[in-house]
Ligand binder design. Structure first.
Ligand SMILES: Cc1cc2nc3c(=O)[nH]c(=O)nc-3n(C[C@H](O)[C@H](O)[C@H](O)COP(=O)(O)OP(=O)(O)OC[C@H]3O[C@@H](n4cnc5c(N)ncnc54)[C@H](O)[C@@H]3O)c2cc1C
Length: 375
């Protein structure tokens, strides 16, 4: 048994028990590396466990598509990897257009995505309504990614953490990392609970708090917290058999097998220091309005719960993934700008590759911390 004055030695220390941290822990255990995950609260209780659950490649930037495609392959193997499917369903993702110029955007995106092996089918208004009669007159057309889908983040985040622990990673929850330093060979971490950890590698997977960890090493990476607003309706008869989005945003929605429609759009509010978030009534009603505009049959749906969560956003809306620009052995994976749920299984594998070989087999240059380095 360790006392608070012992130093725990490990190959890799990971700050953050969200999906990035636990998927990395799992991948590293497969490479026989010893791993300690330090989580200030409970694993998966922040963004990874409270997000919308969109498992979507459509709409991602060209730079993210190789990583997203890699993740897509892993999502198909979830039961073998984490022991359950986490209610992952490849039901399709339909992005709606509200105007001719939206349609042009969807067509241009389809052509770009094809060069990354992502097949999208663009439907005009008539084809759209024939296939999905529940979509209203307001929709001008849409783009379907037939094998995108959605999953239950509460199940997925917990399952990755449990799988990492079963594979031999140590998950030390209620252990906020307060101090970290690098002595030229080893990282030294100290938690609020008094635990001390020494490691050869350090993974900064601390989500919206990633900037603060980077700062402890004198590395300035711009990141600000965002609080996507979420809500869910009462259980309804089956209506929507896929996940919906819209060009220009406003709402995204999916119906789960129990019948509830999960709906996102707009922003809530929160306090990073207190680790607390709140939904906003105005955002909930605005998102509902946008949804009903496209799916009028939901006009009488009752919202039964709303919530928010915190995520890190960077100025160029791309995450930071890869080596620190300042400290050897420090690897970052944070700032996913509200879109890291789908990517997480692939990010974990990439981090494990960077630890074991120093190279990622999937291109990640666009996410380099170096892009924000001032000198
Ligand atoms: C409401 C909402 C909806 C979203 N919808 C989608 C979606 O539909 N599809 C999609 O792809 N993405 C979505 N996202 C984004 C996705 O949830 C995130 O990109 C992803 O979960 C980020 O994982 P993470 O591990 O980096 O962060 P987190 O899950 O936030 O994990 C970081 C962890 O680090 C811990 N931590 C921080 N500082 C310290 C410290 N000093 N010591 C110890 N631990 C620390 C935190 O407590 C936290 O648990 C959404 C996000 C939100 C908030």
């Amino acid at each position: 048994m360790s006392t608070t004055t012992d130093i725990l030695d490990t190959d890799v220390a990971i700050i953050g028990g969200g999906l990035m941290g636990t998927s990395a822990a799992l991948a590293l255990r497969r490479q026989q590396r010893s791993v300690i995950v330090l989580e200030q609260g409970w694993c998966g209780a922040q963004a990874s466990g409270v997000n919308y659950g969109g498992v979507r490649r459509q709409g991602r930037s060209a730079s993210q598509l190789p990583l997203s495609q890699r993740a897509h392959t892993i999502w198909q193997q979830l039961p073998q990897i984490i022991g359950c499917d986490g209610e992952y369903r490849a039901t399709g993702h339909l992005k709606l257009a509200r105007s001719e110029s939206d349609m042009q955007e969807l067509l241009a995106y389809r052509d770009m995505a094809a060069s990354h092996g992502l097949v999208l089918e663009v439907l005009d208004a008539a084809a759209l309504r024939q296939r999905y009669p529940w979509i209203g007159e307001r929709a001008f057309g849409g783009s379907l990614c037939a094998d995108d889908g959605h999953a239950n983040p509460r199940l997925i985040a917990a399952a990755f953490a449990s799988a990492a622990e079963r594979a031999g990673a140590r998950l030390l929850q209620q252990n906020a990392v307060e101090q970290c330093h690098f002595d030229g060979n080893y990282f030294g971490l100290q938690t609020r609970a008094g635990l001390r950890v020494r490691s050869r590698f350090l993974l900064n997977c601390s989500g919206a708090w990633g900037k603060q960890i980077a700062q402890q090493f004198g590395e300035v990476i711009p990141e600000q917290p965002i609080y996507p607003n979420m809500c869910v309706t009462e259980p309804l008869p089956p209506i929507m058999n896929l996940s919906l989005g819209v060009v220009g945003g406003g709402f995204y929605a999916r119906q789960v097998e129990r019948g509830n429609v999960v709906l996102g759009g707009g922003r809530g509010t929160g306090n990073l220091a207190l680790q607390g978030t709140r939904p906003r009534v105005a955002s909930t009603f605005a998102a509902l309005g946008h949804l009903v505009d496209m799916v009028p049959v939901l006009g009488h749906a009752t919202i039964i719960r709303s919530w928010s969560g915190v995520e890190g956003e960077t100025p160029d809306h791309q995450p930071v993934i890869g080596p620190s620009a300042k400290v050897p052995g420090l690897l970052h994976a944070f700032g996913f700008c509200g879109a890291g749920f789908q990517l997480a299984p692939a990010v974990g594998e990439v981090l494990a590759e960077l630890v074991t070989s120093g190279e990622s087999t999937t291109p990640i240059d666009a996410f380099s911390a170096q892009r924000f380095a001032t000198q």
